[in-house]
Design a protein around this ligand. Sequence first.
Ligand SMILES: Cc1cc2nc3c(=O)[nH]c(=O)nc-3n(C[C@H](O)[C@H](O)[C@H](O)COP(=O)(O)O)c2cc1C
Length: 353
Amino acid sequence: MYRALSKILFLVPPERIHTWVFAFLRAVTAPGPMRRALARWLAPHDPVLESTVFGVRFPGPLGLAAGFDKDGTGLNTWGALGFGYAEIGTVTAAAQPGNPKPRMFRLADDHALLNRMGFNNHGAGELALRLTRHTSEVPIGVNIGKTKVTPVEHAVTDYAESAGLVGPLAAFLVVNVSSPNTPGLRDLQAVASLRPILVAVRAQTTTPVLVKIAPDLSDSDIDEIADLAVELGLDGIVATNTTVSRAGLVTPDVDDLGPGGISGRPVAQRSAEVLRRLYRKVGDRQVLISVGGIDTVDDAWDRITSGASLLQGYTGFVYGGGLWAKHIHDGLAHRLREGGFASLADAVGSANR
Ligand SMILES: Cc1cc2nc3c(=O)[nH]c(=O)nc-3n(C[C@H](O)[C@H](O)[C@H](O)COP(=O)(O)O)c2cc1C
C-alpha cells in the first residue's frame, strides 16, 4: 500500500512532502491513546532486541537518523513509529535558515536522496526548551553542528555553546563534522581541528559524546579519527553521513541538480566498509553506530554482525514508509534467534570472530 501511496506522494517536491508527512505523523501520534496503540503495534517489544549502550537502555537498535527531525518537534513520534531511539538535529548555536530551496531531491532510480539543506534549524536554545518541556518514550540523541556564519577559527566555541545548552538534556550528543553542506565543516575532521572541539564539547556535559564522520574520508583519516576517539575516551563514532560522490548513479542529469550529499543505496557499500574498518581498529572500545544505505533486514544484520551496536536510517524510512522500522526490528529479532544469540550485544561484531 505504501508503494501505491508513495507513487502519489513522490509527485510532490520532496521538501514539501517531508513537511506534510512529518506534520501528519506528529498529528497522528499526538493523542496519548493513539500513540500507545501505535507503539503496541510498531515498537520493538522483544527483549532480545534490547541493549544498554553507553549506559542508555535502547528497546531496539534502529533509530531515526539526524536531519529528519531537526528541531525535535516530533519527540513523541519516533517511539510510536517503531524506532528504538531518534537522533534530533542538526542544531547549531544560532538559528539559521539553511540553503535556498530547492535543496532536497529524490533520485528514485538510485533509491537515494540528494540534499543540501545546510542545517536549517531554530537553534540549540529553542531545542533545549523543547527537551525540557517534553518527554519521549525512547532515548533522544542530539546532533550538533557549526553555525554557518561562525568562522572555522571559532568553531570550538560554537560547538561548546550548543553542547552546553542541549548536552545535559540529551541521551547522547553527536558532534557533526561531516555534512557536506556547510562550507569548511568537513575540514574539521582533521584531527588537529577535531581534538579541541571534542575536548570542549566533553567539558560541557557528562552526557555520552560521539563524533559523526563522512564516508568520503580516506582510510588513513578514518584510522586517525578512530585513534583520537579511543585516546580521548569518547563514547562512540557515528558512520556515516552522506557522500559527495556521484559515482555509479543511474539517475539521468544528476549533475544538473547541483551540489549536495547523496544518501540511501549509493552510500551503503562505503558506509559498511567504514564500519568494518572502524571495528577492526577500535573493537569494543568505542560504540559504533552504523548509518548509510540501510534498507533491508539483510543490510541491518550485516551492520550488526560487522560491529555496529546501533543503527540508523533516513532514506530507507522515506522509501520504506511507516512500517519500515518494525520490519527491520522484526527481521533482526528473527535473525538473532535463528543464529542462537541470547541478546543483540552477543551478535555485535560476530562476523569478525
Ligand atoms: C534530507 C536530509 C537531511 C539530513 N540532515 C542531516 C543533518 O542535519 N545532520 C546530520 O548529521 N546528518 C543529516 N543527514 C544525513 C543522515 O543522518 C544520514 O547520515 C545519511 O542520510 C545516510 O543515511 P541514509 O542512507 O539512511 O539516509 C541528512 C540526510 C538527508 C537525506
